[in-house]
Design a protein around this ligand. Structure first.
Ligand SMILES: Cc1cc2nc3c(=O)[nH]c(=O)nc-3n(C[C@H](O)[C@H](O)[C@H](O)COP(=O)(O)OP(=O)(O)OC[C@H]3O[C@@H](n4cnc5c(N)ncnc54)[C@H](O)[C@@H]3O)c2cc1C
Length: 248
């Protein structure tokens, strides 16, 4: 049984309950579309709000603008499973955070593609038990903030299929799949830490002023050049560490 049920997998809990846990990173995330306005241009806009609310508005289609909001919250709030409670939590995070936050708050009731959830990683001490094996976010959700969840899920599916084909039995295949993929997964998950999340969500006016200064610096041509060189090296290091096996 291959379980690819995503982050909230219920079957994972039934089979591997005690062996998996969520690593909460100290923030929540919302993602949805709002109607596009004439003043929305074709740039992405980011806004840092006091208290640690970070908003990105970016062009969606000709009729919608996409909203991404992340905000700090010390504890994981398990009471926000219903849509109304989720929206209340988001409205709290947007309150008094400026004109863009106000615009989003007033349009929230019309949103019909509302995604909301804690930023948590799935960490499992093992990905299989007997004939049962986890795949993708169900096994190792790295959180959307890494931008790597899809790559990990696809690489995992490829490796699992290849190992099932070339192994003598499922036990050998599941063990090889985990041995090959786990270091890549753990390296990806460890790139994101609660302190990094706090750093990108400045809470005070002073913190926001420092963030803006750093952003200006990062956007300068000189720093961009250095970054590009470093990024190319980091990418090739990761590729060196994880090479997709060639299956016949
Ligand atoms: C807002 C947002 C933005 C993201 N941005 C990016 C990005 O830029 N780059 C990136 O790489 N990743 C991104 N991700 C993460 C990416 O979407 C996931 O990592 C990826 O979809 C994981 O694939 P999956 O197949 O493992 O799980 P999922 O895509 O979650 O699919 C699991 C499926 O199983 C279904 N299911 C659950 N339980 C059962 C059941 N019992 N029976 C039948 N079906 C069931 C679910 O309904 C779902 O359709 C983002 C995620 C979100 C929420």
């Amino acid at each position: 049984m291959i379980c690819a049920e995503g982050i909230s997998s219920s079957t994972r809990e039934k089979v591997l309950g005690g062996q998996t846990h969520f690593r909460y990173l100290g923030a929540y995330m919302a993602f949805f579309n709002i109607p596009r306005r004439p003043e929305d241009d074709y740039w992405a806009w980011t806004v840092n709000g006091i208290g640690g609310t970070f908003i990105t508005l970016r062009p969606g289609t000709d009729t919608v603008t996409t909203v991404l909001i992340t905000f700090l919250r010390k504890d994981l709030d398990i009471s926000v499973d219903e849509p109304a409670a989720r929206k209340r939590l988001l409205l709290d995070a947007l309150k008094g955070r400026g004109t863009i936050a106000h615009r989003i708050s007033t349009e929230l009731d019309t949103v019909c593609d509302f995604y909301f959830g804690p930023m948590s990683q799935v960490q499992a001490s093992t990905w299989s038990k007997g004939r049962f094996v986890l795949l993708g976010d169900a096994a190792h959700c790295p959180t959307p903030f890494t931008g790597q969840g899809t790559a990990l899920a696809l690489a995992g599916a490829y490796v699992l299929a290849g190992e099932i084909k070339r192994s003598a039995d499922h036990a050998e295949a599941f063990a090889a799949y985990e041995r090959l993929l786990r270091p890549y997964v753990e390296a990806t998950q460890s790139q994101l830490t609660p302190s990094l999340i706090r750093l990108t969500h400045a809470k005070t006016r002073f913190g926001i002023a420092v963030t803006r200064l750093v952003q200006r610096l990062l956007a300068s041509k000189m720093v961009q050049r250095i970054f590009k060189r470093g990024a190319a090296k980091r990418a090739s290091d990761t590729e060196k560490k994880f090479v997709l096996p060639a299956y016949s």
